[in-house]
Write a new protein. Sequence first.
Length: 139
Amino acid sequence: MINIDGSYGLGSGQLTRYALTFSTLSQKAVKITNIRAGRKDPGLKYQHMHAIKVLQELCNAEATNVTVGAKEVTFKPNEIKGGKVKEDIGTAGSITLLIQNIIYPLMFAEKTSKIEITGGTEVSFSPTIDYLDKVIFHF
């Protein structure tokens, strides 16, 4: 298992989200501690928790402590199967941050996937949905 200190650098959710993405892609288990330790309100926020849940569903992963406020999680992925996922962040939490975490694993999924996400599209300190559309996904 790869151990990651989530307080490294800015101690933001970005480290946690990408650790989970790379864990999914490499199929290597990860334990992340001190999640968002550099923030005023540390621990998982809704968009982080839902990113874990979507990745968990896409690759039938085992995950522990997937709750808002959790400062430590473990994630043990399996093959990326893909499929149909419907996820509601439940707040205005950024869907673009969640999309950034699942887009790369989806490229390697066994089958075509359909993802429906409900949440915020114009969230402070996050790329907007237009940015994802016009810059990231512009082909």
